[in-house]
Design a binder for this molecule. Structure first.
Ligand code: COI
Ligand code: CYT
Length: 599
């Protein structure tokens, strides 16, 4: 009983902090906030985007009602282009009221309003604006992931296509995305055509696209994609349909006979946030990312105003580098004021928008291939250096140059050494690491194998004489008479796996880790786990399902499983799914595993 009332009081206090006006207004003698701040909201109510604008308006109404905050929200129609949005912005000042903040939807509206708002001293929030560049720093915050970041993710899927056609809205969103794709795809983009989103007949353009025999058709579109897909199929284009965030609109499910199979990138937002149920109850349909961005924008803005700041500079500072949990999931604002949160692949399957299962094996395999490619390049280069050192010997000017070249050619090398026949380091590049010369590494497991077999070896994770845990690739060096005189090596950089893996995981909601067959974690996003043994370390013992899956991983080169473990931040227990595969070099195996949240 007592416990309950404590929780109730704590809940009440927390609520007070969230209600605008209660926080600092009571604590400090700050000037009282405007009785009723005016917030202008410019949405694209034009026909092609009307359902988007209505959804955003609904979500904003909901956010304001929930907050119970005294604000005056003025909605304006920004239409489908920059000039209409500019006119809408100017109208906001007509009624003798000056808006404290303005929210704009769409890349074109946000691009047009951003400099005007900065000049007028009105704080600016951009929603659904993937392509917006800033001329006035520290003024606009944006709730949409930048198109360039989303494109990094879409790229992984597009690598399988050779003849990619792009059909894009002829506005800032479409043209900017098409430009990014052109850069990414080069000659694999066989055609790129714009279209007017208010148009109804896309057949002439689609006929042109069909002539190029594309194997993929990327649509930079919102709901119009449904009609384009129908006409494309009826024109005989059977290319894989590919899309981006705005494409997830109801119209696509109404025409699922034509849109089934569409693959697109989309935020992996919260599925459990109460606003999803609340919106469904109020308006009879679930919100999409457009509604969720609008909801988070207004909810956070009201929270910020409740804490006192009203100037554009103070509001910007409130957002920059902030992390919050909202309808979009966990959102982090960077110092430019851009929100960052994970995206994943979705797909229309059986007339429903679904999380695409293909992405997990895809990302695992792409990561595996990239690491293997680097392994093979290092291996070729060490083999070449071994051949060169055969005549040059392990030390001396020529040997120095050989080791230096080897290091320069391999960006993941920490250093390159030559080792004499007894296992003592006799030479190193770069010269800064000369301190390792004279150290014996004869006892390291890979050296024992190299001396026994006189074959190339790759180590497991070893304690290096350099002082960190690394991976060592060694080739034997034989003199011109085929006598064993020693070996030559690349030692990988301490951040080797981290660099490659984090580049691949990019913004996907997955974790990739590496485990040796003996159970030792050799790479994990969470540094605390690196170096620990899954089978023996107390961190893992409370998780029997994890131990079981790790045992399976040790035994089989590839497979899948599920287990409970702590989330990315080692904070709370979550159910995870796992797939793994194997990296092999000279007989040394690593299990490369990809984990993601179940559900
Ligand atoms: C964007 O510009 O990023 C949008 O999503 C605009 C939308 C109205 C299609
Ligand atoms: N260091 C190195 N083992 C080490 O400890 N550079 C190669 C092999």
């Amino acid at each position: 009983m007592k416990r309950r009332s404590v929780i109730a009081i704590a809940g009440f206090l927390a609520a007070c902090l969230l209600v605008p006006g209660w926080g600092t207004a009571l604590a400090e003698k700050a000037p009282p906030p405007l009785a009723k701040p005016v917030i202008g909201v410019i949405l694209p109510f034009s026909p092609a985007f009307a359902t988007i604008a209505r959804e955003q308006k609904n979500a904003i109404d909901l956010a304001v009602a929930e907050a119970g905050a005294p604000v005056d929200i003025i909605f304006k129609d920004g239409g489908g282009d920059g000039p209409t949005s500019t006119a809408a912005f100017n109208e906001l000042f007509g009624g003798g009221k000056t808006p404290l903040a303005v929210i704009t939807c769409s890349s074109w509206a946000s691009g047009a309003v951003h400099p005007l708002a900065a000049e007028k001293g009105v704080f600016h929030i951009a929603i659904a604006s993937a392509a917006m560049s800033r001329t006035h720093p520290r003024h606009s915050v944006r709730f949409t992931l930048d198109a360039a970041q989303e494109a990094r993710q879409l790229r992984e899927y597009l690598t399988r296509f050779q003849r990619i056609a792009v059909f894009h809205m002829d506005n800032d969103y479409g043209t900017n995305w098409a430009k990014i794709l052109k850069q990414d795809l080069g000659g694999r983009m066989v055609i790129s055509l714009p279209y007017d989103p208010e148009n109804k007949d896309f057949r002439p353009a689609l006929a042109r696209i069909g002539e190029e025999k594309p194997d993929a058709l990327v649509l930079l579109s919102a709901g119009t994609a449904a009609e384009i897909a129908r006409q494309a199929r009826e024109t005989g284009i059977d290319a894989q349909l590919v899309g981006t965030r705005p494409i997830e609109r109801r119209e696509l499910l109404d025409k699922s006979a034509f849109t089934n199979g569409l693959v697109y990138t989309y935020p992996s937002h919260s599925f459990t946030h109460p606003v999803i149920q609340g919106y469904q109850a109020a308006y009879g349909a679930p919100p999409t990312i457009f509604g969720l961005e609008a909801y988070d924008a207004v909810t956070t803005l009201l929270a910020a105003l409740g804490e006192g700041p009203t100037s554009p500079e103070a509001l910007f500072s409130w957002y920059a580098k902030r992390v919050y949990q909202g309808a979009l999931g966990e959102v982090t604002f960077d110092e430019q004021g851009d929100a960052v949160y994970p995206y994943l692949y979705k797909q229309i399957i059986n007339g429903r928008f679904q999380i695409a299962d293909f992405q997990y094996p895809l990302l695992l395999e792409k990561t595996r291939q990239e690491i293997l490619q680097i392994f093979h390049k290092m291996d070729q280069d060490v083999a070449l250096a071994a051949a060169e050192l055969s005549a040059a010997g392990l030390t001396g000017k020529e040997a120095d140059a050989i080791l230096q070249r080897l290091c320069e050619k391999n960006e993941h090398a920490y250093d390159c050494v030559s080792v004499d026949a007894r296992g003592t380091i006799v030479n190193v590049a770069p010269v800064d690491y000369a301190a390792v010369i004279g150290s014996s590494i004869a006892g390291q497991e890979q050296m024992i194998r190299l001396h026994a077999t006189r074959r190339p070896v790759f180590s497991q994770a070893i304690e290096t004489v350099e002082g960190f845990v690394g991976f060592d690739l060694q080739h034997p060096v034989l003199d011109p008479k085929r006598q064993f005189i020693g070996s030559v090596s690349i030692l990988t950089h301490p951040t080797f796996f981290d660099r490659i893996v984090s580049g691949k995981v990019a913004n996907f909601p997955v974790e990739i880790f590496l485990m040796q067959k003996d159970g030792r974690m050799v790479y994990d996003l969470n540094k605390e786990e690196i170096g620990r043994n899954v089978f023996t370390d107390p961190l893992f013992t409370p998780y029997p399902a994890l131990l079981k899956v790790a045992k399976k991983m040790a035994e089989s080169p590839r497979g899948s499983g599920r287990y409970d473990f702590l989330d990315k931040k080692l904070e709370k227990k979550v159910a995870k799914k796992l797939i793994w595969d194997t990296l092999v070099l000279h007989g040394t195996e690593f299990r490369l595993a990809l984990a993601y949240l179940e559900g």
